[in-house]
Ligand binder design. Structure first.
Ligand code: PLP
Length: 438
């Protein structure tokens, strides 16, 4: 489909995209409202992915648009280095209320990647402030995605994102938790796999707890293809890290703001880490923003330990940007006023039922779900991994449904305003296109 090409596509070096392939067969989104995108020629595309896991309240929400416009007219930019503006403080207070009890202070960044690297630096700063300067190592997990900064790719576990780049020293990885053999087609959390958290004990025995700053995981791994944590797994990670004085960081860039039917995955699983990284749904995707929520203990150690000078030599020009802060406040109001986290929870049994209805479709080798997120994994074509997934993605788009594809895994994460008939349309389309891509 090339008829919608509005102009020259050459100059934009597109992120995480096969540039040449895309530009020879572009698909463009020109506007959006509610559950739909619209192509430049006005064709609706039902959004099965909340944009890129971020538009949790649906598109074109007027209170968010108004808040951004009003903020731009009132205060377009103000530094937060040695100065401040009211909305950044207000949003930090509101966000701390939304995050679980015990996560009370907020550091703002411009994206999820920046927030991840911020969290890693806070972990090292915390231990240093407490006189434990040797605690510098990090433990991530295979198949983890923590953005694209050097810190994030180092603790992350996606080989393609790391290959050829210089990585942080002092990083180990736990195994990922997915098993076709033991947990394929699990509904919700798999019963198998909690024991994988015990690998942390082995790494502690190898490195020494007093060398380890933090463990960072996505409570539910999103970008790698939706890996739902086994029952009891996160609890074990929490128990071990607490016992050993190692900080636990949950990267909730995808799981935050209702995706799993609660404000955060931490609350959904009732496992409270020491730091929560968020972004995306924080502003409904409308203005870029990331944030790190930390415990009072961490803040007090780093800030309380300082003298008159700057306590933490870190920050971004756009930390707490006025437009992002305004968008964040309006977004959190919508989530609360419309009960969207509860709505996601209420819809999740229907979602699970419908998603697992595709279990007998051709080439489906696993289905995973929790809250309003799901993955349908297809067997790769011999010698062409990813080709079947890409075909489904293109066919769905051309039939008016946006899905996300990682390799041969179709990931679904609709806005939390999705209706039951939208769910039927999304899954009906996926089902038919999977048959066509056999
Ligand atoms: N962490 C997780 C878990 C993510 O899913 C993402 C993005 O998808 C990031 C970090 C990076 O966020 P950003 O793309 O805003 O830098």
């Amino acid at each position: 489909m090339t008829s919608n090409r509005p102009g020259d596509l050459d100059s934009f070096w597109m992120p995480f995209t096969a540039n040449k392939a895309y530009k020879s067969d572009p698909r463009l989104l020109a506007s959006a409202e509610g559950m739909h995108y619209f192509t430049p020629d006005g064709r609706p595309v039902l959004d099965g992915t909340a944009g890129l896991w971020c538009v949790n309240a649906g598109h074109g929400r007027k209170p968010i648009i108004d808040a951004i416009c009003q903020q731009a007219a009132t205060l377009d930019f103000a530094p937060t280095f040695r100065l401040g503006h009211p909305k950044a403080f207000e949003l930090a207070t509101r966000l701390a209320e939304v995050l679980p009890d015990g996560i009370d202070k907020v550091f703002f960044a411009g994206s999820g990647s920046e927030a991840v690297d911020t969290a890693l630096k806070i972990a090292q700063a915390y231990h240093r402030a407490r006189g434990h300067s040797a605690r510098t190592r990090f433990i991530g997990r295979q198949r983890g995605y923590h953005g694209v900064g050097f810190g994030g790719i180092s603790v992350g576990g996606l080989d393609a994102n790391k290959a050829g780049f210089t990585l942080l020293p002092g990083v180990d990885h736990l195994s990922h938790t997915h098993s076709f053999e033991h947990a394929a087609f699990s509904r919700g959390q798999p019963a198998w796999g909690a024991h994988l958290a015990d690998e942390l004990e082995d790494l502690i025995a190898l490195r020494g707890a007093d060398a380890i700053a933090a463990v960072i995981v996505e409570p539910l791994a999103g970008s790698t293809g939706v890996l739902v944590p086994p029952i009891g797994y996160l609890e074990r990670l929490r128990a071990i890290t607490k016992r050993e004085g190692i900080l636990l960081i949950f990267d909730e860039v995808i799981t935050g703001f209702g995706r799993l039917g609660a404000a955060t995955a931490s609350e959904r699983f009732n496992v409270i880490p020491d730091m929560i990284v968020c972004a995306k749904g924080l502003t409904n995707g409308a203005v870029p923003m990331g944030a790190v929520g930390v415990s009072d203990d961490i803040y007090d150690a780093v800030v309380g330990g300082g003298g008159e000078g700057i306590e933490f030599f870190h920050g971004y020009t756009y930390s707490g940007h006025p437009l992002a802060a305004a968008a964040g406040l309006a977004t959190l109001d919508i989530y609360r006023d419309e009960g969207l986290f509860e709505r996601a929870e209420a819809l999740s049994p229907t979602w699970e039922e419908q998603v697992h209805g595709l279990g007998n479709a051709a080439n489906v080798i696993d289905i995973r779900n929790l809250g309003l997120v799901a993955a349908i994994e297809l067997s790769p074509r011999p010698d062409a991994p990813g080709a079947r997934g890409t075909e489904v993605f293109h066919r769905c788009f051309d039939r008016g449904v946006l899905v996300r594809v990682t390799g041969d895994t179709i990931a679904l994460s609709p806005p939390l305003i999705v209706s039951e008939s939208d769910i039927e349309q999304i899954l009906g389309c996926v089902s038919e296109t999977i048959q066509q891509a056999a």
